[in-house]
Ligand binder design. Structure first.
Ligand code: SAM
Length: 218
């Protein structure tokens, strides 16, 4: 059986160079986000963005929901994957970084597909459930302690064959470090275990950047 290759420093660099097709607009957004300082760590990796775009394309999705927008890189990639009449709703508790996101969505001519909501992820998701909305794909990349709630809410918001993608499921490797027992690490560990054993879904845990968990509702 083939084994998971160890992602050492050299391989990480290789993945960043060969796993990403150069894109000037994306590079500009990443550079501008870096000027914000420490918070820039929240941005998804460019390789993950490409992955999101492909999943949106191959699933022929027309509607997406994102929890956790920040400066809008993941939103941009998912919007690119959508057809002209597709829509992505993106939710974040703060509008602090929205002007940066909007600048790049506009530059890439994606803004007509993007609806931004300022609010708490769980409340917005519950309000969509109450109004019987459904989404083809839901991407979760917000506060980790709410991940179990987002997962259950997302299961109510996608149809059979719908897709849920969750970022940070390897949590900087801490999930496998027994010396780490903080609540965020434990929440992610518990959720990985729950989803592995959850007969309602198919799943694939991918070690792309900080770990992307791809889930299909049966
Ligand atoms: C990891 S960042 C998202 C990164 C983004 N996907 C990207 O590609 O740049 C997490 C975001 O979740 C937002 N957030 C935190 N708690 C939230 C909540 N309860 N509901 C919605 N968004 C929340 C934060 O404000 C932050 O912008």
């Amino acid at each position: 059986m083939s084994e998971q290759v160890e992602i050492n420093k050299d391989l990480k660099k290789y993945l960043q160079e060969l796993g990403y097709r150069k894109d000037t607009l994306v590079d500009e957004l990443v550079s501008e986000t870096k000027t914000l300082g420490n918070v820039a760590r929240m941005q998804i990796a460019k390789e993950q963005g490409q992955f999101l775009e492909i999943i949106v394309k191959i699933s022929n999705a027309k509607s997406c929901l994102e929890i956790g927008r920040f400066t809008g890189l993941s939103t941009l990639y998912m919007a690119r994957g959508l057809p002209k009449d597709g829509q992505i709703v993106t939710v974040d508790t703060t509008d602090e970084f929205l002007p940066i996101a909007k600048k790049y969505w506009d530059k890439d001519d994606q803004s007509s597909k993007i609806k931004s909501i300022i609010g708490a992820g769980t409340e917005v998701m519950q309000s969509f459930i109450d109004r019987q909305y459904q989404f083809d794909i839901i991407f979760i990349d917000a506060d980790k302690n709410n991940y179990p709630n987002y997962y259950e809410l997302a299961l109510s918001l996608v149809p059979s064959n719908g897709i849920i993608i969750i970022d940070n499921m390897l949590w900087h490797g801490d999930v496998a470090d027994s010396s780490k027992s903080d609540s965020q690490t434990q929440t992610i560990r518990d959720l990985n275990l729950k989803i592995r054993d959850d007969k309602r879904v198919d799943f694939s845990l991918n070690p792309l950047s900080d770990g992307l968990l791809l889930i299909r509702k049966k």
